[in-house]
Design a binder for this molecule. Structure first.
Ligand code: GLN
Length: 534
């Protein structure tokens, strides 16, 4: 039976609980343990698939096609785990399952209640993560902040779980904030005391506190937090702000977090071996001696989280090339103005990410024209590929007014459209091509050069497709089709011959990039950009 680490958060949101869980997973893997991480999201949506990026940030897609919380991206980047739909539990999913059972009469006349039915359902799905697998530890991240009404059933569920499995089979970690108050010139422990107090009210005593702090605080503050929060002094860990999130496993190890966790779980393990991570990720990034600027032209640019995996994958591409990557975030809507162009002209390479809806689309098309004409390295992703096809059709293949039917159903040249079989579907949730699909790569193409493989598997999340009706015409105008999903003969990768690096893909390569193993398309983009600059 696996042991459990329950991670809660207090005081404020956005303290980086997801990254903290991922870093703990990384550290435990460095000790030779098998780890899985699961995120519990207290919102009532079944999944974030239909949520606006402004509400939710990026929707992370797993191999099995689940639309999940972006924290699963951190889990996959920091550890060797492969996430699936089991790794994200939402209140919506829990209630959906309960209500379905209730309608079938499965509760045999009982009144269905939060305790025990909702809590039982939560416990069931948490345990499902370890089913049929030999895991040593399951880390359970509870979304939200302690004190929220909606996360109460999850907290109650983990309280029960620990009681049922015995104290030494689970440990409670609470992530909290120890703010530095400038005017007083000191850090404050009161918010942490209150947050822990709130947890204890519902029967959860944290064993370990991860204290987010701007600066290292003194031993007397550690003593005070330990005393008031009823935890051991060495279990008060200082999660100091770092420039590079990939340093966090090292910060934790330095303070013995792994040892404390394993002692409390009575879990024997070898000493942590972080050499690979330190050398190939942290130091390589820190010592990068080259620099490039990549413009990311999207419509959710002001939002930190909307393109999370893309930004991370660019960093990984930089690490692989010993280069620091400056990301120039350009709002595609503003691109058509002077300011936008000025910014674009300072970029060494351009990336156009995925997206939905008409707003900002023309700006993306314009950025792609700029990359094509000026021979700037370019990577298009999902909507970015669709925009590249539209741009090529309009400006190279002479199909004036070509468009995607997503934006212009009556366009004269629907170069991007729905497949016939999709046309009857009305519901928004769950009608997309989702998850990993195989793609055959054309020999001799740029795609083949970067992947060095004949077949790949990449994750999808889209409704519209390259319209095969225009394939021949576009090819005869110089478009290269270098990746195909063989079962349905769908175009997955396009390129332009003679351009130093112009490649666009219907899938989302960013989801499979790792800091110590950059995705080939991102590695290739940075490499081509460095070369073009010379
Ligand atoms: N809106 C486009 C589609 O649905 C692209 C989606 C995306 O970029 N993820 O096909």
């Amino acid at each position: 039976m696996p042991k459990y680490i329950f991670v809660t958060g207090g005081v404020v949101s956005s303290l980086g609980k997801g990254v903290a869980c991922a870093a703990i997973g990384n550290l435990l893997e460095a000790r030779g343990l098998k780890v899985a991480i699961v995120k519990c999201d207290p919102y009532i949506n079944v999944d974030p698939g239909t949520m606006n990026p402004y509400q939710h940030g990026e929707v992370y897609v797993t191999d099995d096609g689940a639309e999940t919380d972006l924290d699963l991206g951190h889990y996959e980047r920091f550890t060797s785990m492969r996430a699936s739909r089991l790794n994200n539990i939402t209140t919506g999913k829990i209630y959906y399952s309960i209500i379905t059972k209730e309608r079938k009469g499965d509760y045999l006349g009982a009144t269905v209640q939060v305790i025990p039915h909702v809590t039982d359902e939560i416990k069931f799905w948490i345990k499902q993560v370890g089913k049929g697998r030999r895991l040593d530890v399951i880390i359970v991240e509870i979304g939200g902040t302690v004190g929220d009404i909606e996360s109460l059933p999850f907290l109650e569920a983990i309280r029960q779980m620990r009681l049922e499995m015995g104290h030494h089979n689970a440990v409670n970690i609470h992530l909290t904030l120890v703010p530095f108050i400038k005017a007083a010139g000191e850090v404050k422990t009161k918010p942490t005391q209150h947050s822990v107090g709130k947890l204890r009210e519902i029967g959860i005593q944290p064993d370990i506190l991860l204290c987010r702090t701007e600066k290292r605080f003194s031993a007397s503050i550690v003593k005070k937090i330990a005393l008031f929060c009823n935890v051991e002094e060495d279990a008060v860990i200082q999660a100091i702000d770092v420039n590079d999130i990939y340093e966090i496993p090292l910060v934790f190890e330095d303070q013995g977090l792994d040892k404390i966790i394993l002692d409390k779980l009575r879990l024997p393990a070898k000493a942590a071996d972080l050499k690979h991570w330190k050398t190939n990720v942290v130091l390589k990034r820190r010592n990068a001696d080259k620099e490039v600027s990549i413009a990311v032209v999207g419509k959710y640019i002001e939002l930190q989280d909307a393109y999370k995996s893309i930004y991370e994958a660019l960093v990984h591409g930089g690490i692989a090339n010993d280069a620091r990557v400056n990301i120039l975030k350009i709002d595609s809507e503003e691109l058509l103005s002077d300011g936008g162009y000025r910014k674009l002209s300072s970029a060494d390479g351009i990336l156009v990410p995925g997206g939905f809806g008409k707003r900002g689309f023309e700006g993306k098309v314009e950025a792609i024209r700029y990359a094509r004409e000026n021979e700037l390295p370019f990577l298009g992703i999902c909507l970015g590929m669709q925009a590249a096809v539209v741009e090529f059709a309009r400006n190279v293949a002479g199909m004036k007014g070509a468009n995607s039917t997503e934006f212009e159903p009556e366009t004269k040249y629907p170069v991007i459209s729905l497949l016939e079989e999709q046309k009857g579907i009305k519901e928004l949730g769950g009608t997309m091509r989702l998850g990993a699909y195989p793609c055959k790569i054309k020999k001799g193409s740029l795609a083949h050069k970067v992947y060095k493989k004949d077949e790949i598997r990449e994750r999808h999340r889209h409704r519209y497709e390259f319209n095969n009706k225009y394939r021949e015409k576009l090819i005869s105008s110089g478009l290269v089709i270098s990746g195909i999903y063989p079962d349905k003969d769908l175009v997955e990768i396009i390129e332009i011959e003679g351009h130093p690096y112009f490649i666009a893909v219907q899938f989302h390569p960013e989801f499979k990039s790792k800091p110590d193993n950059a995705h080939p398309l991102f590695k290739g983009l940075i490499r081509a950009t460095l070369k073009a600059r010379k």
